[in-house]
Design a protein around this ligand. Structure first.
Ligand code: HSE
Length: 436
């Protein structure tokens, strides 16, 4: 059988890894795909020929549209990232009747609805396993392995950079800024590191997971996103005293009122497996009604782990080239005419428990006034801890855990506490999930 001809857009970290994996595992891949897979054309502005295997068999250009318009290319693999020109290239490839593989989470989260509609019209596949959690086959698991289930919720550590920063802060008591610089130097962070630390990268990935889990259109604009830049070492330490760890989680849950879609720092019990996922590693916990909880763990970034997912998609697509498009696995797991219009909830409607840290004047009656505000709001306190004031210090930190409450109600209670003269600064608030 003729080899399947691939065009690669990008020969950077992931593109280079993809070329190398296709080259070094060629025989094993061919045994699986039933055909050889050959990269015939690649577009790149910058690349390191010394680091790439099999480059001599590839036609090279610096114009990605040349690859997309090459009649020989059957599968276009987009690994340049970003919104544009990735969107135009992918739409052009679809228009040309080519299959597409991409690792581009931002592209799928923002333009996936448009891209999948175009692909459906043309009868081609757009595969995107590498877009979420790098080498972990979470798309395949959700879309196929768990297809029997009502998915109830997903909670994931889906940004390696953020997890690395929080791990270093906890283990070594290091400051946020210092660890971020190290993450950048190690090459984990996005080109714009605010995408990592402010949760935008995780929100891209969570948006995709929610669509696959619940059969809803991609709605990145409705994802609540809060970063980790306001987490202080003292919060990490207090969380530990209560038996929790702070993780930057993406959480999506189906409720009777709608879908929760949120990325924020979260306290989770330290005994949960996912609480022990450290450094740049990713993990996704999925709760299905039939299977119960399942946990997927692995490298969420990096050249070869991400290439592993890209190449798996290429093999999948190569196998389906001769199948009827109507019989392929739907892009968003559910048939396109079966997507649900269940709304994404406003953050004020979401119900969670909270960790609160206040700085208060050390004088009689303060605690009673605070618990009074919470009691009037119907918010029940689970645990409370007041530190002894330092020598000569008139202010003390007060930390507490509350039971679950609607966020809107907690917002109003926090406003009332901050308005008290005895509360001397903003109230730090971190949501708490039991993930049980
Ligand atoms: N910047 C991302 C991370 C890369 O740190 O997880 C993988 O998407």
């Amino acid at each position: 059988m003729e080899p399947v001809k691939v065009g690669l857009l990008g020969l950077g970290t992931v593109g280079g890894g993809t070329l190398n994996v296709l080259h070094r595992n060629a025989a094993e891949i061919s045994r699986r795909a039933g055909r050889d897979i050959r990269v015939v054309h690649a577009a790149a502005r910058h690349y390191d020929p010394e680091a790439l295997d099999g480059l001599e068999e590839v036609r090279l250009t610096d114009d990605a549209f040349e690859v997309v318009n090459d009649p020989e290319v059957e599968i276009v693999v987009e690994l340049i990232g970003g919104y544009s020109p990735a969107r135009e290239l992918v739409l052009q490839a679809i228009d040309n009747g080519k299959q597409v593989v991409t690792a581009n989470k931002a592209l799928i989260a923002l333009h996936g609805n448009e891209i999948f509609s175009a692909a459906q019209r043309q009868g081609v596949t757009v595969a995107f396993e590498a877009a979420v959690a790098g080498g972990i086959p979470i798309i395949k698991a959700l879309r196929e392995g768990l297809a029997a289930n009502h998915i109830q919720w997903i909670a994931g550590i889906i940004n390696g950079t953020g997890n690395f920063i929080l791990t270093e802060m906890r283990d070594k008591g290091r400051q946020f800024e210092e660890v971020l610089k190290e993450a950048q130097a190690l090459g984990y962070a996005e080109a714009d590191p605010t995408f990592d630390v402010e949760g935008i990268d995780a929100a891209h990935k969570l948006t995709i997971l929610a669509s696959l889990a619940f059969g809803i259109p991609l709605q990145f604009d409705k994802c609540y996103t809060e970063g980790i830049s306001r987490i202080e070492p003292q919060d990490v330490a207090y969380a530990e005293e209560f038996g929790y760890r702070i993780k930057h989680l993406g959480v999506t849950r189906k409720t009777d009122r709608g879908i929760e879609l949120r990325v924020h720092p979260t306290l989770i019990p330290e005994r949960r497996l996912i609480a022990n996922v450290d450094g740049v590693m990713n993990a996704v916990l999925v709760q299905g009604d039939a299977v119960g909880p399942t946990l997927y763990y692995g490298a969420g970034a990096g050249s070869l782990p991400t290439a592993s997912a890209v190449v798996a998609d290429i093999i999948d697509v190569a196998r389906t080239l001769t199948t009827d498009p109507g019989n392929r696995v739907p892009h968003l797991a559910f048939q396109p005419d079966e997507l649900s219009d269940l709304p994404v909830l406003e953050m004020e409607q979401v119900v969670t428990a909270y960790y609160l840290r206040l700085t208060v004047k050390d004088k009689p009656g303060v605690l009673a006034r605070l618990t009074g505000i919470l009691g009037d709001a119907g918010i029940s306190i689970e645990a409370i801890k007041q530190q002894e004031p330092a020598e000569g210090e008139a202010q003390v930190p007060l930390v507490m855990l509350t039971h679950a409450v609607e966020e809107g109600r907690m917002n109003r209670a926090i406003e009332a506490m901050e308005a008290l003269e005895v509360v001397t600064g903003p109230v730090a608030r971190i949501r708490v999930e039991q993930l049980g």
